[in-house]
Write a protein that binds this ligand. Sequence first.
Ligand code: SF4
Ligand code: SF4
Length: 158
Amino acid sequence: MSLSKLDICRRCGAWCCQRFDYSTWFVRYSLWDILRISQRLSMSLDVFVEKFVHLLDQGSYAIPVIRSYSGKCPFLVDSTCSIHEYKPIACRVFPVRPPGCAYDERCPLSLHPELLVEEESLVPQYLYEHLRTEQLLCEYGVRTSRDLLQLLKRLVKS
Ligand code: SF4
Ligand code: SF4
């Protein structure tokens, strides 16, 4: 009997969701991830950013990533993603590595490309959201949570 994606992730024990160190492993949010997830959690942007966003310095601007606690993603509950349906686009394409069709070989799913059709199909959305996010963060010189909130609120109004 062939294994499903869920079976493989269950056997793996959510390896990819609990090894955050902000240097070799972290999950980047697109600006749209933050808007989507905060809305689905019925949380104000201010509270969401304070609780779930860490800013990683890139020199002239910073990028928003999932804030981890003890290396673990805060959305991981009992080895399951509690926001699976609306998790960040970076999580949704994993283990596909945009922009190409290479896979992160540390993920057991990389041995089952036939199961990764949905992940592959999300690569254009990933590229659009992340390239646009990078452009806006750079253009607005986002460095602090306050800068990020201003940019997010501007996006909501536009
Ligand atoms: S996506 Fe890959 S690394 Fe993450 S839990 Fe599933 S099998 Fe494990
Ligand atoms: S959002 Fe979900 S899939 Fe992404 S790292 Fe966190 S628990 Fe894992």
